[in-house]
Design a protein around this ligand. Structure first.
Ligand code: LFR
Length: 468
């Protein structure tokens, strides 16, 4: 029997509602609704337009049900770390965007309480100035945290609005910095030392937990139930890596490039901390040992900047011209935190080049080529580090997500790494979301290995072999 499942996948620049059809030997997903995710800057900083996102999700679910009234289940995944503070079941204020600058002073205040080495030993997370624990410290010093009696990460907030149930899904909770890397539970001792209230954190649930049906307030006529999956989008994307060989590294390339390997146990060495590798929670208790590289954000922010003066510039044309460019361009460090915040991206790339004594790109086409070359270098470096730091052999690289469509990027990675790059699926996050739901409802077999072989058959990846 082929069952119908919906996936809500919220990315930092766009969201989508996907319709999946699954049986033990069939897997397909198609988009039903796509909508932009445009943050809003107000006097107090950069926020997510969360109600607009929710409205789009509900409209998308309504459209999905009209296309396929038999949808049995739905699950939500999104970017990580961000959250809503709650009181009495109401949202307190509008959630902040992780690129908001309020986190920076909070980092120092947090490290004064618990130093970075101790934090890494406790939570296994790479340092990112926007990790939830720093954001909560900012909320505490603004006096807002004292008002809260609840805390919901973005997918957990949507699950609450859809079902009335308040939980924290484990894979995404692992990005807060407040879970113990050894027990997988909230680290109450750490939470106390950081001066954060422990009473606000909801109970943890694992991916694959049914939460119940849609509330009448959702206004979608369907008996579908809501299920948890790897609600951190990267956790769902890693489920859908179509690996048939265990020696694989992955690059989940969208706004971010998440580059790493899947492990049974965390790596908490000084070398892993110095290389800024994270041990995030994966589906089935796996560890996502990976590093965040800036990703396509550098490209989309550059295009946004150019379009202010030339609205006719479009990414597809720039990518084609960049791929055809014969002259060499400089490579910059796509890992440099200077590229984290929004605005004036080409100027910041040019400044980086000047500061490092290399020639800056001179036209949008040269910039695009330089960005792609730089991403390829950073991705390959991260694959090598993941393998060296963990001791895991890597003989093939899988790239999934939007970046997998960029043939130049894939080929450059293969050439630099000297190993095959297998590209796709583009919608890995939604595929991983649908598969974990399907497994929860007994439609497909258990192991991650068997889920991945289903993906490999349904979405045969494009092969890029190293040249020369
Ligand atoms: C990718 C992602 C990354 C996380 C970043 C911020 O969409 O979820 O894994 O580090 O967004 O939340």
């Amino acid at each position: 029997m082929i069952a119908s499942l919906a996936a809500v996948d919220l990315g930092a620049t766009s969201g989508r509602v996907m319709l999946g059809h699954v049986s033990h030997n069939h897997l397909s997903v198609r988009p039903v609704a796509r909508f932009p995710n445009i943050p809003v800057r107000t006097i107090d900083g950069l926020h997510w337009n969360i109600l607009e996102l929710y409205r789009s999700v509900v409209a998308g679910l309504g459209a999905a049900v009209r296309e396929d009234p038999a949808i049995a289940s739905v699950a939500v995944d999104s970017w990580a770390v961000d959250y809503a503070l709650m009181r009495g079941g109401r949202m307190l204020g509008t959630p902040y965007h992780y690129r908001d600058e309020r986190n920076l002073p909070a980092v120092e205040a947090t490290h004064a309480l618990v130093g970075p080495q101790e934090l890494y030993a406790a939570n296994g997370l790479q340092f990112l100035s926007f990790n939830t624990l720093y954001q909560l410290a900012a909320d505490r010093s603004a006096g807002v945290l004292d008002l809260a009696d609840g805390f919901l990460l973005i997918p957990d907030l949507f699950n609450y609005w859809l079902t009335g149930q308040q939980f924290a899904e484990q894979t995404n909770a692992s990005t807060t910095g407040l879970l113990s890397i050894s027990t997988g539970d909230w680290d109450h001792a750490l939470i106390e030392r950081l001066g954060l209230p422990r009473g606000v954190l909801p109970s943890l649930v694992t991916p694959g937990t049914p939460l119940g049906g849609l509330l009448p307030s959702v206004d979608v006529a369907s008996s579908m139930t809501v299920t948890t999956v790897g609600s951190h989008d990267t956790a769902s994307a890693v489920v859908a890596v179509p690996a048939t060989n265990p020696d694989f590294a992955y690059i989940s390339c969208g706004t971010w490039g998440l580059v790493g390997v899947e492990l049974e146990h965390p790596v908490l060495t000084d070398a892993a901390r110095a290389a800024n590798f994270t041990n995030e929670g994966g589906v089935d208790g796996q560890v996502r040992f990976l590093h965040n590289v800036m990703g396509l954000w550098i490209l989309s922010e550059s295009v946004r900047d150019w379009q202010r003066t030339d609205p006719t510039l479009e990414l597809p044309g720039l990518l084609a011209a960049a791929a055809a460019l014969a002259t060499p361009v400089s490579v910059f460090d796509a890992d440099d935190p200077t590229f984290l915040v929004p605005g004036e991206m080409p100027a910041r790339i040019a400044e980086w080049c000047r500061d490092h004594g290399v020639s800056a790109p001179r036209s949008p086409v040269e910039f695009v080529r330089s960005i792609i070359e730089s991403l390829a270098v950073a991705f390959v470096n991260a694959v090598r580090s993941a393998s060296e730091l963990s001791g895991k052999t890597v003989s093939v690289i899988h790239i999934v997500g939007g970046g997998s469509q960029n043939e130049l990027l894939c080929q450059l990675i293969a050439d630099r790494a000297g190993m095959p790059v297998l590209a796709g699926p583009v919608e890995a996050t939604a595929v991983g979301n649908v598969l974990v739901q399907a497994r929860t409802h007994g439609l497909v077999d258990g192991s991650l290995e068997s889920l991945r072989s289903l993906v490999a058959t349904a979405f045969s990846p494009r092969r890029h072999l190293p040249k020369g």
